[in-house]
Ligand binder design. Structure first.
Ligand code: ADP
Ligand code: MG
Length: 436
């Protein structure tokens, strides 16, 4: 049913893609003799987008539900297509590997910065000499920071070099395993996982508490490791921090190399936005790129969602891509971010970055350094929160709020003419939005 499929799909996709597009999918029917699953969506653009990005994933979801692997067709609501037409479109699209890899997740399309350098270099090293140097490789870090991208880049590279790979999330591994038990087909399961050259397991943290699967994975791991086959895993945390993971797996996961991905700094974020928009064929003015980079949250996935929306608005509503259009598009998202930022956060971060005491900012001191920091705090408080000028004055222990508006005016002037000041502000914004 639609509900079943969507609930599986929800776990396999990003929240923004799911909420905006995928949840509109309506499952129509499966014509079992031709093995076609048909879905409808109300909009042609969305249909094409889902088709190109998600049809294999949807196919896999259906497979995990009932074991069939139908051809997935996404149609416009009410559109008539004959089976013949659908099948004809699919010719030439059949893939050699059953593994779903996103072909755009390559090393080339990955932007390297200090936040992900270590994980990137380790992934490259593993691709050069699989099974030998760092085995297993364990990549960990927050969501949307490029773990899956790197994992699949290793996979895409391995395929290019003629190696057999398996890429699965640990949940798919578990489903496969349960399915094999149910159908008394363990032999097939075992040989499948043990004959690959490179095993790529995504989101291994979900092994937590799954004892039987851990047991099975333990054996898979040992066999592959003994045979010097490469194992790469990703997780949102370190092995030692995965609750309910048996010790022998914890220690094995640390046998090789653990490398983390962190929140990118502003420069890296800008480079990623530029790369992604180039790949999507959109040209964004520098001020728009800066706006997105400094106003959006940590997750690169979220930034990508925004680029897709910009693209969609431009295509569907025939809008020109300019700053007001982007600001308008991001209003809701930024509002959410704003509600989370509190004045003390701003003071703390500005004080740390400018190397002064937080208490100085609220004091009566008038040294140039303190006055400058105070100005920056005032400016950022207006930009990044919903506080009114009197609120800010009160918080800073200032008597009248005319000096607040004066400081804001002055800050705006400086941003206009002082490139250095502007950079400091952008960096601080980035730090405040990504704090925590
Ligand atoms: P994770 O698995 O860590 O949650 P993903 O690998 O799914 O994150 O990354 C989310 C999105 O952000 C993907 O589309 C990915 O291509 C993109 N992304 C993340 N980091 C980078 C990077 N350094 N360069 C280019 N794209 C990136
Ligand atoms: Mg991931």
């Amino acid at each position: 049913t639609t509900k079943e499929i969507l609930s599986v799909l929800k776990n396999e996709t990003s929240k923004s893609d799911y909420d905006r597009y995928l949840k509109q999918l309506i499952y129509k029917k499966i014509s079992s003799d031709d093995n076609i699953a048909i879905f409808e969506v109300p909009n042609k653009y969305i249909a094409n987008w889902i088709k190109s990005k998600y049809s294999k994933i949807i196919q896999h979801c259906i497979e995990t539900i009932d074991g069939t692997k139908p051809t997935v067709e996404i149609k416009l609501t009410g559109e008539k297509k004959t089976k013949k037409e659908i099948l004809k479109e699919q010719v030439g699209k059949t893939d050699v590997e059953s593994t779903i890899l996103n072909p755009s997740y390559t090393f080339d399309s990955f932007v390297v910065g200090s936040s992900n350098q270590m994980a990137f270099n380790a992934s490259l090293a593993v691709s050069k000499k699989p099974g030998i140097q760092y085995n297993p490789l364990f990549i960990y870090g927050g969501t949307g920071l490029g773990k899956t991208h790197l994992l699949q880049a290793i996979g895409n590279d391995a395929i290019e070099h003629g190696r057999t790979i398996i890429y699965v999330t640990i949940e798919q591994f578990m489903n496969d395993f349960t399915f094999a038990i149910k159908n008394k087909n363990m032999e097939h399961f075992r040989s499948k996982y043990r004959k690959c050259d490179v095993l790529l397991i995504d989101d291994i943290q979900f092994l937590s508490g799954k004892e039987q699967t851990q047991e099975e994975f333990f054996h898979t791991f040992n066999e592959l490791h003994n045979a010097e086959k490469q194992i790469v895993m990703t997780s949102d945390r370190l092995p030692s921090q995965i609750a309910g993971l048996v010790d022998r797996l914890k220690s094995r996961f640390e046998w090789g190399l653990t490398a983390d991905v962190q929140i990118p700094g502003l420069e890296t974020k800008i480079a990623i936005i530029e790369k992604k928009s180039e790949l999507n064929g959109i040209h964004l003015e520098r001020e728009i790129v800066n706006y997105i980079a400094t106003n959006l949250d940590n997750s690169i996935r979220e930034i990508e969602g925004v680029l897709i929306r910009i693209n969609a608005s431009a295509a569907l509503l025939n809008q020109e891509i300019n700053l007001p259009m982007v600001q308008n598009l991001l209003k809701e998202q930024i509002k959410e971010t704003k509600e989370n930022i509190k004045l003390p956060d701003i003071i703390t971060i500005v004080a740390i970055e400018l190397n002064i005491k937080p208490s100085d900012i609220k004091s009566k001191k008038r040294t140039a350094i303190v006055a400058n920091a105070r100005r920056i705090v005032i400016y950022l408080a207006r930009e990044l929160t919903h506080n009114s000028m009197p609120d800010i004055a009160k918080f800073l222990g200032m008597k009248d709020h005319s000096s607040i508006s004066h400081n804001i005016k002055k800050a705006n002037e400086l941003i206009e003419k002082d490139e250095n000041f502007k950079l400091i502000i952008e960096n601080l914004k980035n730090k405040i939005i990504n704090r925590g």
